[in-house]
Design a protein around this ligand. Structure first.
Ligand code: ZN
Length: 379
């Protein structure tokens, strides 16, 4: 392949994807573009759609370790058009940067995965199984996307060994950082029940603020765990607290609290719920607790995938990546608990979700070579 063709292969594909206006949960035809390329390589395509979300599951190979390349085609809204220097859905290169919504998060990752796969298969057959899990519901509620596909595949008894999620993970240079874990997020709407009455007759009322206060003091003072080498300790934060009718002479009938845990792998959601419940019960509160779990934490400890990623990044970018566990959530939270060694490797993330989102043109082909190097070492 000529050098020019090599450098534009990822650029051409990511440009095609950026020009699709794929606002969550609309795939806008992205999976058709990706699927067509994979089909030409011999992949079997299956659409595991749900709730208006397009989910592509494409597989190649019959036996051996299962390696998943995962990503999302959906993008967040661009924001005010006039603040962008060019149309967010018309890819444009200026000063070595490719601009467009989804350029970094994460159409470049997907395009680089496809090119990496094409190049590897042009050289040799696989020694294992390769699959793509592409969804159009990552930036939204993420209920009908990767989470759904994983549930369906679990029921079929499919078990993955490795997964790369192509989210933007680099800090300043491509390859300087990869994500190997993320904290979990657990929230709760707590309604503490009391009995409304006149402040002059407290014996005829039950003040929920008074019953809540000591319990809340204990919750905020509790050490949930001490963290570990990869994560800071689990944190409990109250984000909303409301009670009272506005009148100064009325004991309110209820007090409402919203709190959130960002928790590490030393705790589980079930364990945290049980400990909170025990504290509330010990203080004699009457309450309704409405919990929601955004994701369990995940952590890929040292293993073959991290080693392969380090070696490939060292070879292509000349860097030794920092192993990162910060940032928000990603679909790795669904794939890792499924049993796969999971890492996130992608372009520089400083412009994601922003006006004038962009990626370095020079990084596109290098990202494909990093992915190819990882696949080459494990498949
Ligand atoms: Zn993303």
């Amino acid at each position: 392949m000529a050098d020019d063709a090599a450098t534009t292969a990822v650029l051409d594909l990511v440009s095609e994807l950026i020009s699709r206006r794929s606002l969550t949960p609309d795939d806008a035809g992205c999976c058709t573009i990706i699927g067509t390329r994979l089909q030409q390589l011999g992949f079997t395509l299956e659409y595991i759609d749900a709730g208006g979300v397009t989910n592509l599951w494409a597989t190649l190979g019959e036996s051996g370790p299962l390696f998943i390349l995962a990503g999302h085609t959906d993008v967040v809204p661009p924001g005010p058009r006039e603040q962008w220097s060019s149309d967010p859905f018309v890819p444009e290169i200026r000063d070595g940067l490719l601009y467009g919504r989804g350029a970094a998060d994460m159409k470049s990752g997907i395009a680089a995965m496809v090119i990496a796969t094409e190049r590897l298969l042009a050289r040799r057959p696989l020694k294992g199984r390769l699959a793509y899990l592409i969804t159009s519901d990552e930036e939204g509620v993420a209920r009908h996307g990767t989470r759904h596909v994983v549930e369906v595949l679990k029921q079929r008894g499919i078990k993955p060994d490795y997964a790369i999620v192509g989210e933007a993970t680099a800090a300043e240079q491509l390859g300087d950082r990869i994500t190997i874990g993320r904290r979990g997020s657990l929230g709760c709407n707590l309604k503490v029940l009391g009995k409304q009455g006149h402040v002059a007759y407290p014996e005829k009322a039950e003040n929920p603020i008074h019953t809540l206060a000591p319990a809340l003091a204990e919750l905020t003072a509790t050490v949930w765990d001490r963290g570990n080498a990869h994560f800071p300790p689990t944190s409990f934060q109250v984000s909303n607290l409301h009670a009272g009718t506005g009148a100064s002479n009325v004991i309110p009938g209820h007090a409402d609290v919203v709190f959130n845990f960002r928790f590490c792998t030393e705790s589980t959601a079930e364990d945290l719920k049980a400990r909170v419940t025990a504290i509330l019960d010990r203080h004699g509160l009457r309450y309704e607790a409405d919990w929601w779990l955004s994701g369990e934490p995940f952590l890929t400890r040292n293993g073959a995938l991290i080693e392969a990623a380090k070696a490939s990044i060292g070879e292509v970018a000349g860097l030794s990546p920092t192993l990162f566990t910060g940032g928000g959530t990603s679909d790795a939270r669904f794939i890792s608990p499924w049993g796969a060694e999971t890492v996130e490797i992608g372009p520089i993330n400083d412009s994601i979700h922003k006006i004038n989102e962009h990626v370095k043109v020079a990084d596109l082909d290098r990202l494909a070579r990093i992915y190819e190097g990882v696949l080459d070492r494990l498949l």
